[in-house]
Design a protein around this ligand. Structure first.
Ligand code: FAD
Ligand code: SF4
Length: 612
């Protein structure tokens, strides 16, 4: 099968690139090993509870600042409802709860409680960083990666604030610590900033490039932090919707095992079932290690390049605890994102980021419960264990993490309703990140930015995006890399790129929390809303009992209906030729079976509106 563009990986970066290319009417295929799109920004369900696999605190949706997600959805002309957290998050540090307010002065007051002597320095530091951020990021919005930045445009932007730009660029090869040292005299404060760089980049202030931390320290305050209304599932789901509405295709449950070459050019991929797909251009969004270590046959790559790829340092392997607890276990002061610091002077297993998305989004679980996710490093060995030892170690880690949570939420252990743990092995299985490295290769000084994988590779038909590329980890950055990869492909084809224009029509709607069940699908007519709510009851089973002998992939169909991708859902239904919905429904694992008959009958009647 031949496509215009093949995208390897349906994480946020690959989906963003694919959706933009589909929007330009290119025939795109997106291949992913997993059964569900999203990668580290994916979701899963248990009963009626929605869990985020990874990302739960999303950036880049605000009206100002580095708002790559807003730009993406404006380009795609796709509506998106986003909950804006009133306070960004908080850090529990040395017995103090430091709240990150959007207002920087208010935030400085919080930090000054810990470091009173540094208050004037904090003001000076944040004042300078905010000015730099405004001049470089806000006044000249640019949604591309540094390796793809147009020099002429860059020069024009520089002329408006030459001093700020020169200063910003001078941070390229400096560490965040060297920048902080110019402002702060109390060495203790570096440990505090360590926790901030660790949250965003999984690096210490010594390791973090100053150019990225200047943006990072200010961006959340200016840009805000967010959650997709109705579950993080909405984000990859909406991108998949655009892809399918424009005639492109998703190919789940298939691993790309090799990149195929025609002469010296990548021209296709071999899949794990032995089949091959071909395309004029390829975009790869997985890790740099797999690209050079597995996918590109050694006869087509330079040994120095392979050695360079292998030398990239991984971020730490991570654990993710997914739990449901009684609502009463979480106090009213709790925030949707809290960081619990164990040892202020070093990273240890006590350092956990807690996401409680159900505080702001009441549609994620029952009224009397909360979804609690705890994510932190794991320094135990998970490789080579027999099944029994692996399970035992998982159980120990669940109890340990509950213990860490109990220091913040004292009664949580008595109120746990269910727990599930993802180990580094699980993360590797579902995202193909080697060793479960939470954020792929570390953005560490010396091996940073331009020294990482670029959007354009040494092969003219192979492009890259995602965590291994120049900007590194995090939702708005990988999305930016996807935009940059799509634009590089478009420019090679002589097609119009996606660029920022002032006055672009806005498709992102910010919602003040709480987001409640009555707001879900509220703009739909009664029948459509009722069908979407029925679909939302599906658990999106990885191994569905309902359709084992049928060609119809019910969980994928229900997932599409939940996010409003009715065209994609109908295509699955028609392609399967399935008609015996009653029999499928009778095999549903839910006590009160998902109404497969009603959802499918509705889809058969549904007429697709013309593509925009
Ligand atoms: C536990 C966790 C929590 C996080 N929390 C946050 C957060 O709160 N906020 C935030 O901004 N960021 C967070 N991040 C980081 C953020 O989620 C990631 O940076 C981002 O989602 C990565 O997107 P990506 O497209 O680069 O790659 P991924 O999400 O890793 O997706 C890559 C996809 O490609 C597929 N793939 C790779 N190779 C192949 C192949 N050969 N064949 C087929 N498929 C392939 C994989 O299966 C995967 O689905 C978190 C990450 C993790 C792991
Ligand atoms: S309809 Fe199928 S996929 Fe959905 S919950 Fe029932 S068995 Fe699972």
């Amino acid at each position: 099968m031949k496509y215009d563009v093949l995208v390897i990986g349906a994480g946020l970066s690959g989906l963003s690139a694919a959706a933009l290319l589909a929007k330009r009417n290119l025939k795109v295929a997106v291949v992913d090993k997993s059964y569900c799109p999203g990668g580290s920004c994916g979701s899963f369900k248990r009963e009626d509870v929605f869990f985020d696999q990874g990302s739960s605190m999303l950036f880049g949706w605000g009206e100002r600042g580095f708002n790559a997600h807003r730009f993406l959805f404006n380009c795609l002309e796709e509506e998106m409802d986003i909950i804006a957290h009133p306070q960004l998050y908080c850090v529990h540090y040395k017995g103090e709860k430091i709240r990150f307010f959007p207002d920087i002065d208010q935030f400085i007051e919080e930090v000054a409680r810990l470091f009173p002597s540094q208050k004037p320095n904090l003001k000076r530091f944040y004042g300078d960083m905010e000015q730099l951020y405004t001049h470089v990021m806000v006044e000249h919005p640019s949604y591309t990666t540094p390796d793809e930045t147009d020099r002429k445009e860059m020069l024009q932007a520089m002329l408006s604030h030459p001093v700020s730009y020169l200063r910003f660029l001078s941070y390229l090869n400096k560490s965040a610590k060297s920048l902080l040292s110019k402002y702060f005299t109390d060495p203790e404060i570096f440990s505090f900033f360590d926790k901030l760089t660790s949250t965003y980049c999984y690096t210490t202030v010594e390791e973090s490039p100053a150019i990225l931390s200047t943006v990072m320290f200010v961006d959340n305050h200016v840009g805000g932090s967010y959650y997709p209304a109705g579950s993080a599932l909405m984000l990859p789901g909406k991108l998949e919707k655009v892809i399918e509405e424009h005639g492109s295709v998703m190919i789940p449950n298939r691993e790309v095992v090799r990149i195929l070459f025609s002469g010296n050019k990548p021209s296709g991929v071999q899949l794990d079932d032995g089949s091959a797909l071909y395309a004029d251009q390829l975009i790869y969004s997985g890790t740099v290690w797999n690209l050079y270590g597995k996918l590109i046959p050694p006869e087509y790559s330079d040994p120095k390049r392979r050695a360079w790829a292998a030398s990239q340092v991984p971020t730490y392997p991570s654990l993710a605890l997914y739990s449901v607890v009684d609502r009463s276990a979480i106090d009213h002061e709790a925030m949707a994102v809290e960081m619990l610091v164990g040892d202020p002077s070093a990273l240890n297993e006590e350092e956990v980021t807690v996401y409680i998305p159900s505080i702001d989004d009441h549609t994620l679980c029952g009224k009397d419960e909360h979804v609690v996710l705890a994510i932190g490093p794991s320094f135990r060995t998970w490789d080579g264990l027999d099944a029994k030892t692996y399970q035992m170690q998982k159980e120990e880690e669940i109890q340990r993490l509950l213990g860490v949570l109990a220091r913040r939420f004292p009664t949580i252990k008595e109120h746990v309703r269910s727990t599930e743990l993802a180990t580094p092995k699980t993360i590797e299985r579902y995202t193909m990140k080697n060793g479960g490295a939470v954020a792929g290769p570390k953005q560490v000084l010396g091996n940073h930015m331009f020294k990482r994988l670029h959007i354009r590779t040494e092969y003219p038909t192979l492009f890259c995006c995602g965590e291994s590329t120049v900007l590194g980890t995090g939702t708005p950055t990988v999305t930016t890399s996807g935009i940059a990869a799509a634009n590089a492909v478009l420019s090679q084809r002589g097609l119009e790129s996606f660029v920022y224009e002032s006055g672009m029509k806005q498709y992102v709607h910010l919602i003040t929390p709480p987001y409640t069940p009555d707001q879900l699908y509220a703009s739909d007519d009664g029948q459509t809303r009722s069908v979407k709510l029925k679909a939302r009851r599906c658990q999106i089973c990885e191994h569905p009992a309902c359709c084992q002998t049928s060609g119809l992939d019910i969980p994928s169909l229900m997932r599409r209906v939940m996010v409003g991708n009715l065209k994609g859902a109908k295509q699955l239904l028609i392609a399967s030729g399935e008609e015996d919905f009653e029999s499928l429904q009778s095999h549903c694992i839910r006590e009160d079976a998902v109404d497969i008959q009603q959802v499918c009958s509705f889809l058969l009647e549904w007429e697709s509106p013309p593509a925009r």
